[in-house]
Write a protein that binds this ligand. Structure first.
Ligand SMILES: [Zn+2]
Length: 279
């Protein structure tokens, strides 16, 4: 997950949630993505002063065990033409059987793009491992992950404070790496998440940013081989021209921050100024 200025992890019970700041103060992004079904939602609500109307983009959630047995790999959730929830189980090589749905296609495209270029190993491992069950679900806000679900905005890239724009594909790999470590060794993941780091918020972010994020961003040509995407955990969402693109769509990014402005009490003047399309 990518925040803006302040980024911190809060440990609520045994689970770690990332809390980050879109602009001014801490905003609990995870909360907005939580499902009503999530037993942790109540617990989180108690800890968070805010509960914004951010629930609409996410329809499902299964943190643990709601997917039918035998459907392992990566379960991509989407809405069909009638607005009905559907899922497609992606095994890493059955893309040809994917439904005609833009979100499903963009997940597969992003994954293929990463691996073809030499990155994306975490997502690939999840897809190919029959023992792992991870969900990918659509969000119109910034990408994040919790439990065994990756909430991914297929147009959401991240611009770091070094001015590097990472494509949504690279962001997908970042979140896949967190998720892979969470589902394969939760204790180690949670331990790393709970250890603060002066530059990277915590040790888990440091591991991912310096690991899969750099590998994938370099493979995708988003940074040169001697460059890094960032030396911290700062960054803000930008809406790009597509899941593998680093070209910022000013109008869409502007609209994204206009919407955030209407949903949260934070001041996005800086972003609105930066992304206001030139007439
Ligand atoms: Zn992260």
């Amino acid at each position: 997950m990518f925040g803006n200025k302040e980024l911190q992890d809060e440990i609520l019970g045994s689970s770690s949630f990332e809390v980050y700041d879109f602009g001014v103060r801490n905003y609990d992004a995870a909360l907005g993505r939580w499902m009503n079904l999530d037993p942790l939602a109540e617990q989180m609500r108690r800890h968070s002063p805010y509960n914004y109307a951010f629930n609409n983009p996410i329809y499902f959630i299964d943190p643990d065990g709601m997917a039918p047995q035998g459907l392992d790999d990566i379960i991509i959730w989407y809405k069909d033409k009638n607005g009905k929830d559907q899922k497609f189980t992606y095994t890493g090589n059955n893309g040809g059987a994917a439904p005609n749905n833009a979100y499903v296609k963009s997940v597969i495209d992003a994954s293929n793009y990463n691996t073809k270029n030499g990155g994306g190993q975490s997502f690939k491992k999840i897809a190919e491992n029959k023992n792992l069950k991870v969900n990918v679900a659509e969000t119109e806000h910034c990408s994040t992950s919790s439990n065994n679900t990756i909430y991914w905005n297929s147009e959401g890239g991240t611009e770091t404070d070094l001015g590097v724009v990472m494509s949504p594909a690279t962001v997908l790999e970042h979140e896949a790496d967190h998720t892979l470590s969470r589902v394969t060794n939760k204790e180690a993941h949670d331990n790393r998440s709970s250890v603060p780091d002066p530059n990277y918020s915590n040790k888990e972010e440091k591991r991912v940013i310096n690991g899969s994020e750099q590998v994938t961003a370099r493979a995708n040509g988003e940074v040169k081989s001697h460059q890094v995407t960032r030396k911290n955990h700062y960054g803000h969402t930008v809406i790009t021209n597509g899941s593998t693109s680093t070209i910022v769509n000013l109008q869409k990014t502007y609209n994204y921050y206009i919407k955030l402005s209407s949903l949260t009490p934070y001041d996005y003047t800086e972003q609105l100024k930066k992304y206001k399309p030139k007439k």
